[in-house]
Structure formats: structure tokens, C-alpha cells
Design a protein around this ligand. Structure first.
Ligand code: SAH
Length: 398
């Protein structure tokens, strides 16, 4: 007997348009075998809508992985979905998968709750939901068979697992132990992913095209003075130096990110470390201090952490976005360019643009919007699932 989740009237509409989440409030009742973690989603009129993984303790009660009746998340089913995700990337991406690539992007690859990133010959698996806990061994076996990686490492030490009553977990799943950060190539750069302890799975893969964009802008502008705010391991700083920046000042509060940034910089011999000044501390305070000191820059990058993580934090988060954008406007030389990012899925592009507009107006700096930036194609967006476009960037001219 299958498990069935019956929806309240009308609640099938967003799902049919592509939204993969079924919130507990959308469900009128369930029927069938409650010990299963995969269910049929049934509309109020009795029609089959989708197959979904089920997450009883969680507000997101189910996540769609297929709209085909009878689809299973067993070994053959997982294999088909993984192969599809990998083959699409092989066909579509303008770079080799052996550099660094997100191979599986959760809901957007019909594998909700699962992330797989590849750095050279190392795979990093992030398991966000309970149904994958039960399928970990199966998953590892299929990944080994499809990709033959040197190492499969787990980085399931993320907060969202608490919603599913799962403990954080990390460690070796298969293959050789890691010996420090994993070195990989991206375009003309050499980078390091701290797979064991770094942010995300070790690196901000989602900024790939935006690193290319920055490189072009710096080259075009001719020796700009650059401020890289929320620098992490300073990958943007390395791009700017390589493209000819006269100086890069990088700000972040993470001691380990600064250490790794020095090693990363040293891997790129045409970047002169004497032109880079990485300052540890709170970015909000450091920006104010730079303003007091009447420092000015030709190019500023703002890439803060997710400042709106929940709807309840919206106003507070938007104020923080406004603050840093206002400070950046005040620090900008005439003719300068701002790269301003938000990775909050709850703040859409239009709203984020309004925040930047408001900041420029308050700073009394007339600006032009020059380009829109976002996620590269290994972090696809899903139609009907607005939250999947989480990374938004604006290039703003002064
Ligand atoms: N631009 C980076 C990614 C930035 S992620 C890249 O492309 O790799 C956000 C960064 O903000 C993290 O490195 C985190 O350490 C830092 N951070 C978070 N809050 C901060 C604060 N209040 N002051 C300074 N840095 C902060």
C-alpha cells in the first residue's frame, strides 16, 4: 500500500506550476502506509499530482521529485536522476566537470535535499533531509560507479537539518582521506576548497560567472582600486589582482578564511601579494571606519552572507542590505562600479534592486544599473520555484 498525502482544495496549483514544497498546512489528510518516506500527492478532486519525499517532523512536509506516477527513489530511480544531472552538465557547461562544478542542486535537479559538488577528483555530498539519510550508502555506491572519485566527503553539518531532527554530520564516506584543502582550476585561476571545514562545501561555486564578469570589468577599467567586502578566501580579490587592480583591500571576520586566502593567493603567481591587504573584523564597522578615513575606491564588491534567512527577519535583513550598500555608495569614486549581491532566496531581484536604489538616493549619488548577475548553469533555477533564484547581483555605475 502506498502512502498518499491529500491536498486541500487549490493547493495543487503551485505544485503543478513547479513548486516542489508541500507545506504541512496544505495537507488535509494522509492515507496508506505511514512508515514510507515517499508518497503520492493527491489533489482534493482525487487526481494524482506528483511523487514526493516525506518529512514528518518538518514544516515542509513533502518535496516533489517526480510528476510520474509510480516513480521511486530507490537505487535505479536515484541512478537515473543522478545520470541526468551529470549528463546535462557535461552537455551544457562551457567548462570540464573535473574542475569544480555543482553536480546536483537539490530540488532543481529533482533530487530534493541532496547537493553534490565536485572539486577536481573529490566529491562533496550534502544531505539536508531525512529520506537521504536512509539512502546514503546507496547514493555513495552509485556516485562511485558513475564518477570514480578519489574521495567522497560528507558535509551535512548544516542548520537546516534540525528541521528534520537530524544531527550535523561530516566525514569520509568513501575513498582516500583528505590531506588539507583541495586545489582545483577555474578558468585561468587556481583556487582551494576547504572541503573539510570551509563554508558551504568549501567554496562559493555559485559566483563562477561573476568572477569572470569582475575580471572583465577590472581589465576594462584600468588599474582600479578595489574593496572586496565579505571576501571569504578572497577569490574575487584574486580575480581583480590578476586583471590589473592597483590595490585590493579585502574585509572579512573569519580568521580561517584569511589564512586560506593567503595560500590561495600564493597559488596564482601573477597576483602580487603586496597589492593585497586582507583586514579581519566586522565588515559593517570596517566600512564605517573607511568612510571616516575618507578612503575612496573605484570598484567595490559586496557579497554578504544570507541576511534574510526567514520571513520574520525580512525588515531587519533589508535594513542591513541597505546599510552596506549606502556605505559602499559613500566610499565610491566618481566613475566607479559597485558589484552588489544578495544570496537571500526570500529577497527577489526587484526588491533587492529597490534596496540599492534607496541606498544610492540616500547617499545622493545618481547611479546607473549596468548589468544583472546571478547563478551559473550548474546552479539551475526551477520555474515555479522563485526561491531557487537565490543569488542576485547588480553591477551599478557611479
Ligand atoms: N565573496 C566570497 C563569499 C562571501 S560569503 C566568495 O566569493 O568566496 C560571506 C562572508 O561574509 C563569509 O566569509 C563570512 O565569514 C563573512 N561575514 C559574515 N558576517 C560578517 C561580518 N559581520 N563582518 C565581516 N565578515 C562577515
Amino acid at each position: 500500500m502506498t502512502l498518499q498525502l491529500h491536498l486541500k482544495p487549490g493547493r495543487e496549483i503551485p505544485i503543478m506550476r513547479g513548486h516542489p514544497w508541500i507545506m504541512s498546512g496544505a495537507i488535509s489528510r494522509d492515507s496508506g502506509n505511514r512508515s514510507l518516506d515517499v508518497a503520492d500527492i493527491i489533489a482534493a478532486n482525487g487526481t494524482f499530482i506528483a511523487r514526493a519525499t516525506v518529512h514528518p517532523p518538518s514544516e515542509i512536509r513533502a518535496r516533489v521529485f517526480s510528476t510520474t506516477a509510480g516513480a521511486e527513489l530507490n537505487a535505479p530511480g536515484i541512478r537515473v536522476l543522478l545520470k541526468l544531472a551529470i549528463e546535462r552538465r557535461q552537455r551544457w557547461l562551457p567548462w570540464g566537470l573535473d574542475t569544480a562544478t555543482r553536480l546536483v542542486a537539490s530540488e532543481c535537479d529533482s533530487l530534493p535535499g541532496l547537493i553534490v559538488d565536485r572539486y577536481a577528483d573529490v566529491l562533496v555530498v550534502q544531505i539536508l533531509t531525512a529520506p537521504w539519510e536512509a539512502r546514503r550508502d546507496m547514493l555513495v555506491e552509485i556516485l562511485q560507479d558513475l564518477l570514480h572519485p578519489r574521495t567522497i566527503w560528507e558535509r551535512s553539518d548544516v542548520d537546516v537539518r534540525r528541521h528534520e531532527e537530524l544531527e550535523p554530520r561530516k566525514g569520509l564516506l568513501a575513498g582516500a582521506a583528505l590531506s588539507g584543502p583541495v586545489a582545483f582550476r577555474e578558468d585561468e585561476f587556481r583556487f582551494l576548497a576547504d572541503v573539510e571545514n570551509g563554508h558551504k562545501t568549501g567554496f562559493y561555486l555559485d559566483q563562477r560567472f561573476n568572477r569572470q564578469s569582475l575580471t572583465r570589468w577590472v581589465g576594462q577599467m584600468g588599474k582600479p582600486r578595489v574593496l572586496n567586502v565579505f571576501a571569504y578566501t578572497d577569490s574575487f580579490g584574486i580575480c581583480a589582482l590578476k586583471a590589473g587592480a592597483s590595490q585590493v583591500i579585502s574585509l572579512d571576520s573569519s580568521v580561517s578564511a584569511k589564512e586560506l586566502s593567503d595560500r590561495q593567493l600564493a597559488l596564482n603567481p601573477d597576483c602580487n601579494p603586496a597589492l593585497r591587504d586582507y583586514r579581519l573584523g566586522d565588515a559593517f564597522e570596517q566600512l564605517r571606519q573607511l568612510r571616516e578615513e575618507k578612503e575612496r575606491f573605484d570598484l567595490i564588491i559586496l557579497d554578504p552572507p544570507k541576511l534574510v534567512s526567514r520571513k520574520a527577519k525580512m525588515q531587519q535583513g533589508l535594513r542591513a542590505y541597505k546599510d552596506i550598500n549606502l556605505l559602499a555608495c559613500q566610499l565610491m569614486n566618481p566613475g566607479g562600479v559597485l558589484f552588489s549581491y544578495s544570496c537571500s532566496g526570500l529577497v527577489d531581484r526587484e526588491l533587492f534592486g529597490k534596496v540599492i536604489e534607496g541606498a544610492a538616493r540616500d547617499a545622493k549619488r545618481p547611479v546607473q544599473f549596468l548589468d544583472n548577475l546571478g547563478q551559473p548553469p550548474d546552479h539551475p533555477r526551477k520555474p515555479g520555484f522563485a526561491e531557487s533564484e537565490y543569488l542576485k547581483g547588480f553591477v551599478v555605475g557611479f
